[in-house]
Design a protein around this ligand. Sequence first.
Ligand code: ACO
Length: 274
Amino acid sequence: TTTTAPTTDVVAYTVEDGIAWVKFNRPEKRNAMSPTLNRRMMEVLDELEFRDDVGVLVLTGEGTAWTAGMDLKEYFRETEKDGLKGVRKSQRESYGWWRRLRWYQKATIAMVNGWCFGGGYGPLFACDLAFCADEAKFGLSEINWGILPGGGATKVAVELMPFRQAMYHAMLGEPIDGRKAAAWGLVNESLPLADLKGRVTEVAKILLEKNPVTLKATKDAVRRVGVMTYDEAEDYLVRAQEAANSYDNDGRKEGIRQFIDEKSYKPGLGAYDK
Ligand code: ACO
């Protein structure tokens, strides 16, 4: 089944074969994140998160941009007119959907088709995996117009890149292309734009074969353990697996059965037959 949100919307989506293709849809403004877009994105994430026909969410952009970051006019200049109250509200609305996406129930993939600047690093990091076009351009452009990379962008740079690259990237404000973004760790892979959707579909299909309860537990574990000591992580992971078992004991037993008794697959090489 296919469900499509109206394309006049600032966020468009289609659900097809288990994959929700969600698009930043303000191509004429290079998909800059306005307060309206941020509010709509939160609604769309809500609409899709627990649907049985959605296993993977792909976030991409219409036109030449993934997203050109925060809308300098509507997000900054116009909300600042309302003073601190307006500023904080806009921040909550953008940070809110990025946080929601970081801990999303379903696996998420950023498919970066073009420009990705500043505030765009929030949703970029929020997605579990990221694939981009060689033609895409990434930049912490904040320094170029006079602010520091806020809204988590500095944190994202430091989380994803080695120290020297993060510092260079933040201080110089020079855009880098997709291949360099992959070499520096901002994305998993960069490939020609013409091949991007095919590769992302391939990855999404592999994710769709996995046990969904385990997939959620796994993505959360990878995000959580980074700030833990080894012992804390060990403890957390035991508990996280036990919590997952209580939702999905049968899946795990089936995975063991197909390997040990049936010898029908090898967990090292692929997923068991759901
Ligand atoms: N905020 C508001 N409007 C924007 C933004 C933005 N971030 N990015 C693009 N637009 C608008 C332009 O003002 C223009 O509007 P207009 O047609 O009404 O004049 C339209 O989108 C098209 O933009 P162009 O600059 O003409 O597009 P081009 O393809 O030549 O360049 C590029 C694309 C490089 C992305 C350029 O638009 C740009 O530098 N944008 C700003 C990028 C940026 O620094 N974003 C902020 C990051 S910092 C942060 O997010 C906190």
